[in-house]
Design a protein around this ligand. Structure first.
Ligand code: VGL
Length: 174
């Protein structure tokens, strides 16, 4: 079974948000179009406390229960089967979906018979990369959908490096 994984398509990562990914909102219609092609759709959200060591590295963003932490209003949330929160502690970055403390994500997906993960969302060189690499480590056949991701590229080349690293780990870009 195949699952679509949507990483952090939240207001703060979209234009106008606290930590905007350039053209982050452009992934929304692509993801909406893909949802009904999958057996299961799982979406992550950064769900930070007000104070966390994560904000020593980054501007404050995606503080739980705030408008910035909401999914982009265009995302078809009715098509999502499961939402998981990550980055909920005050000491963790929560880059990878598999770091969620809510459940054993790998075991949860495997119990459902899911063996292929198709990853989309924001941002390419942080949460998408971390989630995709962990997906491979956990034994999933892992795909990243190129037109359904966007990155920040704080230093030019960061996105390209992240893509190379994912490809070297055996992740397929489609
Ligand atoms: C992310 C930077 C900081 C992401 C989260 O979702 O990729 N990037 N926190």
């Amino acid at each position: 079974m195949k699952a679509l994984m949507i990483i952090d398509v939240q207001n703060d990562f979209c234009p106008g948000g606290a930590l905007p990914v350039p053209d982050g909102d452009k992934v929304v219609p692509v993801i909406n179009n893909l949802m009904d092609k999958f057996d299961y759709v799982i979406a992550t959200r950064d769900w930070h406390p007000e104070k966390t060591v994560h904000f020593d590295k980054w501007p404050e963003h995606c503080i739980r229960m705030t408008q910035g932490a909401e999914f982009h209003p265009g995302l078809n949330t009715a098509g999502i089967n499961k939402i998981i929160s990550k980055g909920t502690g005050n000491k963790d970055d929560g880059y990878s979906a598999f770091e969620t403390e809510e459940l054993d994500l790998s075991g949860f997906l495997k119990e459902k018979g899911i063996n292929e993960l198709y990853i989309t969302g924001l941002a390419t060189e942080y949460c998408v990369k971390a989630s995709a690499l962990d997906a491979v480590k956990n034994g999933f056949k892992t795909y990243v959908i190129s037109d359904a991701i966007r990155g920040i590229d704080i230093n030019e080349g960061d996105i390209a490096k992240a893509v190379d690293k994912m490809k070297s780990a055996g992740i397929n870009f489609i």
